[in-house]
Design a protein around this ligand. Structure first.
Ligand SMILES: [Ca+2]
Length: 465
């Protein structure tokens, strides 16, 4: 009966859900009671970061434990080669039942269909919110209803029908709250009579930043479409009023989508309780990256700025994780697979580039734990959002970003060179990253040290471009 002692893993990942839209992360704009349960009964990571803030690349890192230049998914234009070693394959080979339900977004057909799962049922591409098409073990079917409910229904069905003598890993991957933010009918009128507060950097004018911030096309008042906000904007509003109007339309739908996720996470937790599985199941809630919720006047992600870089990451495992704990230790998306393999007692392959979070989860930070992280966004000025390619370093105190101004021939990047630019933020005095101090004399020694660390990490992870 040793088999039963290995923990089950329920990995719930949403799409573009920023930590600052969760009440356990001190959200100023919504409540997420079910997600808070995971944090209250487990641990909340305040510094969990993605290594490339877009959907498919982050997902590839979460499955393989490698950076995007290694796993081949540097941009949304790359497809995933499913023949690679992944966490689900290793768990399955070692006696786990594995399933993925919901968003895959790593390509279809050929070598890109999900592998290593006993059961998979995934949306094509981004998927639809209402009556979505899904590939049920490759067979195209339409599921009637709201995507977030359906992903949960299918997840619960799989759990109910599993072999109870074997441990399991379920990847429950919600489409929500990805653009275009279509809420369930049930929440269509939530927040109807309230005004959601605007974030502190809502009126950012992008002065004192690299040109990349000005060039990006993700401004609330300018770049959201009628499809995004669902109705035509009213006439006769001032520019400032119109910006606020767009924000309210956008953020309310976003939060309505989050409300459905919160409900559905509650259904999974209730099931685990009812089945007596809570004690021996690792439950993770995260998102593939963060998102700008009107911060800097933006929606979307891609930039290495905090709101986009940070992933919510909360984990409950009553057997080993102390309830109500929090940590500021760094965790990265490439660390997730190693963590699951560690808990499952499966050897971690040498080529994986993260590190098991197990000691941090259990309150024992190793002396040599990571205090800096490497980030890279490759899609130079890609058509829609026009964010310049960049790489950078974050430490507990500083963030150094280098916009290198080239496409380098990767998919989805535009061959439009830009003058390279650097940004340095002192996160202690400037947590909102409004003041680029890269050229200030008093930071020159710091710049030198950070560059050294940046290139050390770049080399360490094997990014040679
Ligand atoms: Ca995403």
């Amino acid at each position: 009966m040793v088999e039963q002692k290995r923990p089950n893993i329920v990995f719930i990942m949403s799409d573009d859900h920023a930590a600052h839209a969760m009440s356990c992360y001190d959200s100023k704009i919504n409540e997420t009671p079910n997600l808070d349960r995971i944090a209250d009964e487990g641990i909340r990571f305040d510094n969990c970061f993605c290594t490339n803030s877009i959907c498919a690349p982050s997902r590839a890192s979460i499955l393989t434990g490698t950076y995007n230049h290694k796993n081949g998914v540097r941009t949304l234009g790359d497809t995933f080669d499913s023949r690679q070693t992944t966490v689900q394959k290793l768990l399955k080979q070692n006696g786990y039942q594995t399933a993925i339900i919901g968003k895959w977004h790593l390509g279809y057909g050929g070598n890109s269909d999900p592998t290593g799962f006993d059961y998979w049922n995934v949306f094509p591409n981004q998927g639809e919110y209402h009556d979505p098409v899904m590939y049920d073990m490759g067979e195209e079917k339409i599921f009637k209803g709201y995507a977030t409910d359906i992903v949960t229904d299918l997840s619960l069905d799989w759990l109910k029908n599993r072999d109870k003598n074997k441990p399991f890993m379920l990847m429950c991957h919600h489409k929500a709250p990805h653009r275009p933010w279509d809420p369930d009918e049930k929440y269509a009128h939530m927040y109807a009579d309230v005004e959601i507060p605007e974030p502190p950097t809502f009126h950012d004018d992008y002065s004192d930043r690299a040109e990349a911030a000005k060039e990006a096309r993700m401004r609330i008042e300018r770049d959201l479409t009628e499809r995004d906000v669902k109705i035509k904007p009213p006439e006769n509003l001032s520019a400032a009023e119109l910006k606020s109007w767009y924000y309210q339309r956008y953020i309310k739908d976003y939060l309505r989508c989050v409300a459905s996720i919160d409900d559905n996470v509650g259904r999974i937790l209730d099931y685990l309780d009812a089945e007596g599985l809570t004690e021996n199941t690792i439950v993770v809630y995260t998102s593939d990256q963060g998102f700008f919720l009107g911060d800097h006047g933006w929606y979307d992600k891609r930039f290495m700025y905090e709101e986009s870089l940070r992933m919510p990451f909360i984990v409950r495992y009553p057997r080993a994780i102390k309830e109500g704990s929090t940590t500021k230790d760094f965790a990265l998306n490439v660390d997730f697979p190693e963590t699951f393999l560690d808990y499952a007692g499966v050897a971690i392959p040498e080529h994986m580039q993260g590190r098991s979070l197990r000691p941090v989860l259990e309150g024992e930070t190793p002396d040599d734990w990571q205090t800096s992280m490497y980030y890279r966004y490759w899609e130079h000025l890609s058509v829609e959002h026009r964010v310049g390619a960049h790489y950078g370093l974050r430490t507990h105190r500083y963030k150094l970003i280098y916009y290198y101004g080239e496409a380098l021939g990767v998919a989805d990047a535009m061959d439009e060179p830009r003058t390279p630019e650097w940004e340095l933020f002192d996160l202690k005095s400037d947590p909102y990253e409004l003041n680029n101090v890269y050229s200030e004399p008093k930071y020159q020694e710091t710049v030198k040290e950070l560059k050294k660390e940046l290139y050390r990490l770049k080399e360490k992870v094997g990014d040679e471009e």
